[in-house]
Design a protein around this ligand. Structure first.
Ligand code: AP5
Length: 215
């Protein structure tokens, strides 16, 4: 099964994808996480991506596709995959179809998470991320046990640079202009497109997500 998880910044894609992937043994592929790892490692790609990410703009398609192709080389051909935050443009979606065909797979389900702008802004303002292990917390909804420290690895939590208010607003515009058109694009494909309200708490959204992918 190949699932694409679409939705605006802060809607909970990463939170839900990690939970589902852990419980059913699928591969979670987040281009945001891969880019942040490349930046942390100081790779050439990470350096090229930095300016775009900090400005809330999309990283160029060619860089993203190299990153995804490279990552998929390490994924077993029979593994289920949840793509989180990828594709984000129709050019990326077209290329993904080609890459999947090479492994005799196709996109089966496109799940679209939806929430109000007020909720997204609140979630992003309260998000705290672990720069070491990638765990995500929220000072309003899911605070860490020890303030400012990662429950999983103990590292100091950070407020992502692109979670500053101006950048959040730009990311919302970029989502609407460049990524939301993919919902219609996939509507013309063989994949089933399933909208899911992500406004409720984490457990309830997880139940709706699992239903949307038949798990
Ligand atoms: P990326 O990291 O993908 O950012 P995003 O899509 O904007 O998504 P976020 O990570 O901000 O949010 P999320 O939906 O995963 O929410 P989360 O679960 O963390 O991309 C970052 C940048 O990289 C992009 O701007 C771009 O520059 C570049 N990039 C990445 N992929 C690219 C691509 N394919 N092409 C080009 N450029 C690309 O939750 C948010 C907060 O809410 C957390 O604090 C969480 O604890 C909390 N929360 C989650 N669910 C709930 C709930 N149900 N109730 C209450 N709180 C909740």
């Amino acid at each position: 099964m190949v699932v694409i998880l679409l939705g605006p910044p802060g809607v909970g894609k990463g939170t839900q994808a990690v939970r589902l992937a852990d419980s059913v043994g699928w591969e979670h592929v987040s281009t945001g996480d891969l880019l942040r790892a490349a930046r942390r490692d100081g790779t050439e790609l990470g350096q090229k991506a930095q300016g775009y990410m900090d400005a809330g703009e999309l990283v160029p398609d060619a860089l993203i596709l190299d990153l995804v192709r490279d990552h998929l080389k390490g994924v077993a051909p029979e593994a289920g995959i949840i793509f989180d935050g990828f594709p984000r443009t129709t050019a990326q979606a077209e290329k993904l179809d080609g890459v999947l065909q090479g492994t005799r797979r196709r996109v089966d389900r496109v799940v679209v998470f939806e929430a109000s702008d007020d909720e997204l802004v609140k979630r992003l303002a309260g998000r705290r991320s672990c720069p070491q292990c990638g765990a995500v917390f929220n000072v309003h909804f899911t605070p860490p046990e020890n303030e400012g420290k990662c429950d999983r690895c103990g590292a100091a939590l950070v407020h992502r640079d692109d979670d500053q208010p101006d950048t959040v607003l730009r990311r919302l515009v970029v989502y609407r202009e460049q990524t939301a058109p993919l919902i219609e694009w996939y509507g013309h494909s063989d994949a089933k497109v399933v909208p899911v309200s992500a406004e409720a708490g984490v457990d309830e959204v997880q139940r709706s997500f699992r239903k949307a992918v038949g798990r």
